[in-house]
Design a protein around this ligand. Structure first.
Ligand code: SF4
Length: 371
């Protein structure tokens, strides 16, 4: 297989086959991968702008049935002394702090709670929207939706319709990990399977809900399985209705092993910065129908995230006020508004404060802290 022929095909934005993508992932030099990915970024998003966002994570519960081996955040239903569910006043305090620095979106995530049924999420969303009509809710994820649907004996579509009606604005691609059941069965034994993730996303696209796609890698998957994951995302995007938003972006990040059952049960090597950069570049090259590729500064650090801007990424995501899931595996990296702007400028790009839909946000509040 000839690397240059594969690159020419990719540069015309033609979809690569699995074997072609695996070939360049395994064999192409990193500088070549980065250069090709950068040219493709220019075709999707011309210029030097790099998107970023102000939003805030809030975890609605840490109780979870799934027991993912890489997760130190959750607790089991029987560990009642560890249960956590914020009161509405806590939400209000966090939302007001978010508004004060110019953000208006909550990333609401949590575990698969055995007894939180649809009504819990509907009343939470409604109450938050009643108190803060301009608040945006980027909430749950396909495994949560599948779990709620199972509890309620409803279809994914009905569940999503009810959540949208209650105030869900967009659906994060959380819980995709690697969309290969051989991997999922070992690392996330009780999580809904790959097909459920895909089916929930398919319904979300049909309902015109904006979504994102993700990949958590460095688990026990092979390079080929990572590529297969990307191809499933690409296929799903290609199937969305013409006027649907579909996946707004794609974000991959390496698993954090510290203190996890995953590290105890398997002898895994952490993903290196170079492997991360290569994976971002491969994502940009393979996902020819997704416009925005995000680098995860939180998990790989600012320096590596800056390099990813030369490997096809055009977005650094959110400053992530209050992140608890990765903090539970020792991630201490933090970013405020000022340092996000500085990080993008220092790498030679122009920061672009955006909302979930990649529309420019007026920098009335943030501009004061940015300059
Ligand atoms: S990653 Fe999510 S689904 Fe998995 S155990 Fe943690 S909270 Fe549960």
């Amino acid at each position: 297989m000839d690397t240059n022929t594969i690159f020419s095909k990719a540069l015309q934005l033609h979809p690569l086959t699995e074997d072609e993508a695996v070939h360049i992932y395994e064999h192409a030099p990193t500088d070549k991968l980065m250069a090709v990915a950068s040219v493709i970024r220019q075709k999707h998003v011309p210029g030097k702008t790099v998107g970023w966002q102000i939003d805030r994570n809030v975890n609605y519960t840490n109780v979870c049935l799934s027991g993912c081996l890489f997760c130190n955040f959750h607790c089991k239903p029987h560990e009642t002394d560890k249960h956590y569910t914020p009161a509405i006043e806590e939400y209000c305090e966090k939302i007001e702090a978010l508004f004060a620095i110019g953000g208006n979106q909550l990333l609401l995530q949590g575990g698969l709670h055995p007894s939180f049924k649809l009504e819990f999420y509907e009343s939470l969303f409604r109450e938050l929207k009643k108190r803060y009509p301009t608040l945006k809710l980027h909430a749950l994820g396909p495994p949560e939706v599948a779990h709620i649907a199972r509890l309620e004996k409803m279809t994914y579509r009905e569940t999503l319709e009810r959540l949208i009606d209650a105030g869900l604005d967009s659906l994060p691609g959380a819980g995709a990990e690697i969309l290969i059941d051989r991997v999922r069965k070992q690392v996330s034994p009780a999580k809904p399977d790959a097909q459920s993730w895909i089916e929930v996303m398919r319904e979300a696209h049909r309902l015109r809900l904006a979504t994102s796609a993700t990949m958590l890698f460095g688990l026990i998957e092979t390079l080929r399985e990572r590529v297969q994951h990307l191809l499933k995302i690409r296929k799903l995007q290609s199937e969305k209705p013409k006027n649907a938003t579909g996946f707004l972006n794609f974000i991959c990040w390496p698993v954090q092993l510290k203190g996890t059952k995953l590290a105890k049960n398997y002898s895994l090597k952490p993903v290196t910065p170079i492997e991360y950069v290569r994976t971002v570049a491969i994502s940009r090259i393979v996902l020819n129908n997704i416009k925005n590729i995000q680098a995860s500064w939180l998990t790989v650090g600012r320096d590596t995230a800056q390099i990813c801007l030369y490997a096809g990424a055009n977005d650094l995501g959110s400053i992530m006020m209050e992140e608890n899931v990765l903090a539970a595996v020792g991630i201490k990296e933090r970013m405020d508004v000022k340092s996000m702007v500085h990080t993008i400028r220092e790498a030679g790009f122009e920061p672009y404060l955006r909302n979930q839909h990649y529309q420019l946000v007026e920098q009335s509040v943030s501009a004061r802290v940015c300059v």
